[in-house]
Design a protein around this ligand. Structure first.
Ligand code: G6P
Ligand code: ZN
Length: 542
């Protein structure tokens, strides 16, 4: 029986960059999750012909919310729900399933790389029929609906057993529990030369994949240890845990320190990688070398045609504005267009749908292509392996070869976390006020050639996004970008992105901190970081 439950609106259900993210305790308030789900359903396309995909990264609170979502989808008239076994679906696998099943959309339960468990974070995100995150018009409509919601609909029947693959019905809706890995693994086999990668591994190439006790464990085990024949133990921390084993499932130098240490040690395997909570980010490490995400994008773009799914080459490349300009040099050499978008994967959706770009990436450890509409961690790992198998070279040789051919873009991101929000706004405001007079100014050997506040006009729908970060360009191609994070939860996070181009191969062996030292000092002078925030050094450098 369908029940209509009276509720009161919450005033804080505004979706951020990646859906609604809150502490588990916040989400556990009576009716909180139900209200947000009803707001999504009221805006979404639904009806007996509509399919909804549901899955999450396995974190604490996933299962009760998935069960509620199924009972509410049945009450709201969906024809079919496709849900991953045990409620698991990585974000890229969910994106694929939405596209493959021509679903109306999908509910992805995740807080990405944020910690999980009863004291951790939880999130609900709505993806649309193209498999990508809902655009702003839809998230705005959802928020608006949440402000007036007075009731929600839910079936009083229990949700089916999610551990059993197969079909059941609840009210008039079919619930199909699917293997979360199978369709995704099949898609990967259409894109990459599994035979070649298998032969590479059989020939003694060693690898280590850190799943960080998050959702990619079963995917990596099936694909790397199963289909590609890597020995058992290749996937470490491969069992998804509700609290990620107490860790922070973010594949960066700080949280994936264990993997990086292994890759720098005397017994390092040939290749190392990690992914995040929901499987969309990636970290690539070679023996003795960490590949920065901006470099990885450029290197994958330069060699993607070696993979069977991309033999046609690329139609274009997109990167977020603060991502280094290494990819621009690949686009220029290949004679394709480079699109510079604001931070956030959703800005790539229209370009991918229109076939204007084949590959996209962000400095925040995201890379992906037109195969889905989310970034895809394991996809990046497999593309790297395909390239290595084809080139028969080490990661280090590929990286250094790329620098030799395209030049090296030295790059660092400096994060100042939990700074006072007023101080952060003041810093950005002051920069904006000085933009007009900045051109031509000299700082040591550096001369400002251009300075602006980045804005983007979507070439497909014409929508305009302003205030996306202050860019200061110097003659010679060096660049400093100042931007406030859109994903922080406490105070403000100032991100300063610093880069410099070095064409001379004899100068490709400098430590980034040293290669960028003049720019780092200049960033403090121009941004007045120490003066305004009281911080003399960043909290994290990536
Ligand atoms: C999320 C988004 C990315 C974005 C990243 C960093 O992971 O999916 O698209 O690049 O956050 O965002 P921030 O605003 O914190 O720099
Ligand atoms: Zn993620």
């Amino acid at each position: 029986m369908i029940e209509t439950v009276a509720t009161k609106p919450f005033d804080d259900q505004k979706p951020g960059t990646s859906g609604l993210r809150k502490k588990v305790a916040h989400f556990s308030q009576p009716h909180y999750a139900e209200n947000f789900l009803q707001s999504i359903f009221d805006v979404a396309e639904r009806g007996p012909g509509a399919t909804l995909v549901i899955g999450g990264d396995g974190r604490y609170f996933n299962r009760p919310v998935i069960e509620k979502a199924i009972r509410m989808a049945a009450a709201n008239g969906f024809g079919r729900v496709v849900v991953g076994q045990n409620g698991l679906l990585s974000t890229p696998a969910a994106s694929h399933l939405i596209r493959q099943r021509k679903a109306a959309g999908g509910i992805v339960l995740s807080a990405s790389h944020n910690p999980g468990g009863p004291d951790g974070d939880f999130g609900i995100k709505y993806n649309i029929g193209n498999g990508g995150p809902a655009p702003e018009a839809i998230t705005e409509a959802t928020f608006k609906r949440s402000r007036t919601l007075q009731e929600y609909k839910i079936s009083d029947a229990p949700a089916p057993d999610l551990s059993v693959v197969g079909e059941t019905t609840i009210e008039a809706m079919v619930v199909e529990v699917v293997d979360p890995v199978a369709d995704y693994a099949e898609l990967m086999q259409t894109l990459f030369d599994f035979g070649k990668i298998r032969a590479l591994i059989a020939g003694g190439f060693t690898l280590s994949f850190d799943a960080m006790h998050a959702v990619t464990g079963p995917y990596a085990k099936t694909i790397l240890e199963g289909l590609l024949g890597a020995p058992e133990g290749t996937v470490v921390n491969g069992v998804p845990l509700e609290d990620f084993g107490g860790g922070h499932p973010d594949p960066n130098a700080v949280h994936a320190a264990e993997l990086i240490a292994r890759m720098m040690g005397p017994d390092a395997p040939d290749f190392g990688a990690a992914s995040d909570g929901d499987g969309d980010r990636n970290l690539i490490v070679g023996r003795g070398i960490v590949v920065s995400p901006s470099d990885s994008l450029a290197m994958l773009a330069a060699d993607i045609q070696r993979a069977p799914g991309y033999t046609q080459g690329i139609t274009g490349i997109a990167r977020s504005m603060p991502t280094s300009q290494a990819a621009d040099r690949v686009a220029a050499k290949r004679g394709v267009k480079l699109y510079e978008t604001p931070t956030g994967w959703k800005f790539f959706g229209n370009l991918l749908d229109a076939g204007m770009v084949t590959i996209c990436g962000e400095e925040s450890a995201g890379t992906g292509s037109d195969h889905v509409r989310e970034k895809d961690g394991l996809w990046a790992v497999l593309l790297w392996l395909n390239i290595l198998a084809d080139r028969k070279e080490s990661v280090k040789a590929v990286v250094e070869g790329h620098w030799q051919e395209f030049g090296r873009t030295y790059y660092q991101r400096h994060d100042y976390e939990e700074i006072d929000s007023k101080a952060a706004e003041g810093l950005m405001g002051s920069l904006r006020d000085r933009l007009a007079s900045m051109s031509g100014q000299r700082f040591g050997t550096l001369v400002v050639s251009e300075a602006d506040d980045f804005s983007y006009k979507d070439p497909i729908d014409g929508s305009i996004s302003t205030g996306q970060g202050v860019r200061i360009l110097f003659s010679g191609g060096a660049r400093i970008v100042f931007r406030l994070s859109g994903t922080g939860t406490k105070g403000a996070t100032l991100r300063v992105y610093i880069e410099r181009f070095e064409p001379d191969a004899a100068k490709h062996d400098i430590a980034p901190q040293e290669a960028l030292s003049e720019l780092i000092d200049t960033a403090d002078v121009i941004g007045e970081i120490t003066k305004r925030t009281g911080r003399s050094a960043p909290d994290v450098i990536t």
